[in-house]
Design a protein around this ligand. Sequence first.
Ligand code: TYD
Ligand code: MG
Length: 477
Amino acid sequence: MSYPLGIFRPMANLRTVHRCQECGASAPRWAGRCSGGGSWNTLVEEVDSQALPGPLAAGYGPAGAEAVPIAEVVGDRCRRRPTGVGELDRVLGGGLLPGSVTLLGGEPGIGKSTLLLQVLAGAAAAGGRCLLVSAEESAEQVQVRAARLGAARAGGLWLASETELSNLVAQVEQVAPTHLVVDSIQTVFDAALDSAPGSVAQVRHCTARLVRLAKERGVATVLVGHVTKDGSLAGPRVLEHSVDTVLSFEGDRHHGLRLLRAVKHRFGPVGELGLFEMGPRGLVGVPDAAGLFLADRQPGVSGSAVVAALDGCRPLLVEVQALVVSAKAAFPRRSAEGVDAGRLELLVAVLEKRVGADLGRSDVYALAAGGVRVVEPAADLALSLAVVSSHAGVALPADLVACGEVGLGGELRQVPQLERRLVEAARLGFGRAIVPAGSPQPPAGISALRAGTLAEAVRAADVHSHARSITETAPAS
Ligand code: TYD
Ligand code: MG
């Protein structure tokens, strides 16, 4: 009896070994130290592929298939199917491909299950057959969420609460879905392995099996992945290598805004940003997001500057705020939220040395308004201007945006895709932009104030003349 692609192998035949992740040596049982290379803690349980009949194919084609000229490759497997969730399609470059495997990572409660239920409901409404394997929630709990999203009556949507891999595979074979969601990969386990669900061995093995299943059956598969405390995907790195696309779903828990990014994407661009807002009826796309973070801006208040930022390929105008107050302790505080703390320290130092701002006895607080994170160097200039503005107690002009990286010499450096940023700024009604000297011509509707140094930019922004403690000219060194 042969098992051509490894799907229908009976569990009883599976033998496991412990393999060293560094040298590849195998051992019949776990040990702290590998007997081959002598490394510590590198043995991971896996199915002994040598004990299996048939090849272990994990690619698209059957094992042993001949090479074909690229011009003769035909087929509609590579036709993207739009998911019906516009912002997700934007990130994926048009939709999900049949046979592709996508890993969706994000912190608990960010909205992964909600997003995928919306995707499946949309795909089912468009005539797809969808299977949601929810290992973390019961079918009733999923039903409650679906009712909230208005998707409880969707035809073509099957639910399964299954955690054992071979049962899960059997469900997929029975339902024959076009779309499969497994929520989450850390809860799926193969009873043939001794390791606990969520362990490196289980996650790696189950992912490999589901990838194979997706390729063989042409199922567009999405796996939900947990993230660790530092925000990276939990489990082995090989998880990210073996899937086609890795999406990360982020957002500030205290704000409704959710950002979706492709970290890895075999079939399209990375760098697109999808924006959603979590509302009472699920996630709603925010197609025109450029001005989203400016809604509550108060003109005429000191310490506020607007940066034309770029997240991936998406321009966003973000208000960065600073508050400079006299220090309460011997060591002045620097506090940053939504902007890089190290960068803030650096900019304060440059302002002291190159612009002559006396900040040594001041606490400096800075944040990006609206729960967004702006960590690109292009925000340096706006952040510096916000600090100067707060320190001087003078507001920046309301129609001014700033874009520029600040160097340690106090010089302003070019930022990528300036035109794209300024087009959005002009569209949102900004009339002037402070940009590094030598920047290209600004687009129609916005004028450029060019500055070679941070000191020149401070003068151009017209905050310095009223400043109480900024010297008129920058010191020579
Ligand atoms: P969920 O999709 O369960 O997150 P994850 O799968 O990433 O853990 O949703 C998390 C939060 O979203 C939850 O706290 C409730 C909230 N929510 C809404 O605000 N509106 C809704 O319509 C739904 C379904 C959830
Ligand atoms: Mg969930």
